[in-house]
Design a protein. Structure first.
Length: 243
C-alpha cells in the first residue's frame, strides 16, 4: 500500500507557480497608486474645512484666532502621525506606511508655517501703525522689531518659533536627492531633531494653558514614540550573545 502525500492548498489569489494572479497584482498596484493621492487629499481636508468654516462664520466670533489655533493643532497632529509611523510599522509589519512618512512630516511643517503666518498677519501686522507707508523700509524694520520683541516677551512664542526653525531644514532635506548628498548616517542623525521639534511643539501648545504641562493625547503619542525609539536604540546597541 502506497502512501499519498496531500498537496498543500495554494494561497488564494496565486496561480500554480505560487505567483500572484493578474487580478491580484493589478489590485495591489492600483492600491499603491491610490495611496499617496488619497493621503494628500485627506491631509488637505483640514485646511479646506477651516477656510470654509471661517468664511461661513462657523468657527466662533473670532475666525482669525480660531484658524490660528486650528493650524497649530494640525501641525502637532501631523507631527504625531509622522512619529507614529515607525513604531506602528515595526509592530504590525505594515511597511507601506513608510511611503506616507515624508508627506506627513511635510504637512506638519506646512501647517506650522501657516500657523506662524496667521500669527504674523492677525496678531502683529493688523495692530501696527505704519506712519511712513506700508511699503517703506521703516515699516519693515518696525514690523520685524515689534514681532521680535513679542516673541521674546512670551516664552511659548519663542519655543514655537524655535521649533519651526528646526523643522525647516528637516523639510528641505527630506528628498531622496538630499539623502544621497548627506549620506544615510548624517541624514538620520539630522532627522533625529524631529523629537526636539515635537517637544518644542508640546511646550508651545501647553504653555498658555491654565493646567500647564498636562499629559494630553499629543504628549502621550510623542512620549510613546520617543520611548519606542529609545528602546530600539538600546536593543541595537546591545552586544550579541556569544554562540
Amino acid at each position: 500500500m502506497t502512501a499519498t502525500l496531500s498537496r498543500p492548498p495554494r494561497p488564494r489569489g496565486t496561480d500554480r507557480t505560487g505567483d500572484a494572479g493578474p487580478a491580484v497584482t493589478f489590485a495591489a498596484r492600483a492600491a499603491r497608486a491610490a495611496l499617496k493621492p488619497a493621503a494628500l487629499a485627506a491631509s488637505l481636508a483640514p485646511l479646506a474645512f477651516g477656510l470654509w468654516a471661517a468664511f461661513h462664520d462657523q468657527i466662533g466670533r473670532d475666525p482669525a484666532r480660531a484658524l490660528e489655533r486650528m493650524t497649530g493643532d494640525w501641525s502637532i497632529e501631523f507631527l504625531c502621525l509622522t512619529l507614529a509611523v515607525t513604531p506602528v510599522r515595526r509592530l504590525t509589519a505594515w511597511h507601506w506606511l513608510v511611503r506616507l512618512r515624508r508627506m506627513l512630516g511635510l504637512f506638519s511643517c506646512f501647517y506650522g508655517t501657516i500657523h506662524f503666518l496667521t500669527y504674523l498677519t492677525f496678531d502683529r501686522f493688523s495692530w501696527i501703525d505704519f506712519p511712513n507707508g506700508l511699503l517703506s523700509g521703516a515699516a519693515a524694520v518696525d514690523f520685524i522689531r515689534s514681532t521680535g520683541a513679542d516673541i521674546v516677551a512670551r516664552p511659548f512664542l519663542a519655543i514655537g518659533f524655535a521649533g519651526l526653525l528646526v523643522m525647516m531644514p528637516l523639510a528641505i532635506t527630506s528628498t531622496p536627492g538630499m539623502i544621497r548628498r548627506l549620506g544615510g548616517r548624517r541624514w538620520r542623525r539630522l532627522h533625529r531633531l524631529v523629537y526636539v521639534v515635537a517637544v518644542a511643539g508640546l511646550l508651545h501648545h501647553w504653555w498658555p494653558l491654565a493646567d500647564r504641562f498636562r499629559l494630553d493625547t499629543y504628549g502621550t503619542l510623542v512620549g510613546t514614540s520617543l520611548a519606542f525609539r529609545l528602546y530600539w536604540t538600546r536593543v541595537r546597541s546591545r552586544p550579541a550573545a556569544p554562540v
